[in-house]
Design a protein around this ligand. Structure first.
Ligand code: SAM
Length: 256
């Protein structure tokens, strides 16, 4: 049998209920990523959700197919065998998952690309801290800026390793995420994404120095015009000191 990473299962029904009760899922279509043995799946079905569960491990798929045979046949549960980062997904409204931590970043950005109403997702605590880090703090990086541009995120509660079997090495954090339109309008999302990536790849450099390094991509004339238009305080800052509005301002100048 092929063993997958990230198989840390919740066993305490009170913790599972605490997660499942964070949103009203009754009558809603809920995407679950990595159902494992089905403890959260069961809680969601009991609360009247229509559940779509995506699981990579074929042994677990076989087990889930037996455990939930009647829910699969009455249409309240759809099981999908595949990698949640790549597999085609049917429409859904809400996402709930005790995520496999190795796919935290790609699955979060995939979900934001697809769109949803709200999500309750469990992450490794250190990853969740970075997602919610405020501009101007050491933990703030590309992940924080990209998530906070397209969504609101709040910490619900933390869980110790002992809440899982087998226990992981790290603490976990349950996060509530709700997509939103960017607070500061972005003219070209691809340019915004490129700029945020480039600035944090050179996080010890000033904005001005990184902009100069992008002359090959955006053209020397445009870069010089952006530099001459920008506030000198922004130009002399490092990316972790910038606010969401600053990233939007720079990328909009780059886009015109
Ligand atoms: N939801 C269960 C629970 O809370 O007890 C299991 C959570 S466990 C942390 C993560 C689950 O995701 C495992 O069942 C694992 O097999 C599955 N998994 C790992 N990588 C995956 C991927 N790329 N796509 C879908 N499922 C994946």
């Amino acid at each position: 049998m092929k063993a997958y990473r990230d198989q840390h299962f919740l066993t305490d029904p009170r913790i599972v209920a605490r997660i499942a009760d964070l949103l009203d899922v009754s009558g809603r279509v809920v995407l679950e990523i990595g159902p494992g043995d089905g403890i959260l799946t069961q809680a969601l079905l009991e609360r009247g959700a229509r559940v779509i569960s995506v699981e990579l491990d074929s042994t677990l798929i076989t087990r889930l197919s037996g455990r939930f045979a009647s829910e699969i046949s009455d249409g309240s549960l759809t099981l999908i065998h595949g990698d949640a980062v790549k597999v085609p997904l049917p429409p859904f409204e809400i996402v709930m998952a005790n995520l496999p931590y190795s796919i935290s970043s790609p699955i979060t950005f995939r979900l934001l690309d697809i769109g949803f109403e709200a999500a309750i997702l469990m992450y490794q605590k250190e990853f969740a801290d970075r997602m919610m880090a405020h501009p101007g703090t050491r933990d703030c990086g590309r992940l924080s800026i990209m998530l906070q541009t397209y969504a609101r995120a709040n910490r619900c509660f933390d869980l110790p390793p002992g809440a899982f079997t087998p226990p992981p090495k790290v603490r976990s954090t349950v996060v509530w995420i709700e997509p939103r339109e960017p607070l500061f309008p972005i003219q070209n999302r691809a340019v915004y994404e490129d700029l945020v990536r480039e600035l944090f790849t050179r996080r010890r450099k000033t904005v001005q120095s990184t902009l100069k390094a992008l002359a090959g991509r955006y053209g020397t004339e445009r870069i010089l015009s952006v530099i001459s238009d920008l506030d000198p305080n922004i130009l002399s800052s490092r990316p972790e000191a910038l606010y969401l509005e600053d990233f939007a301002t720079i990328s909009n100048r780059l886009s015109t």
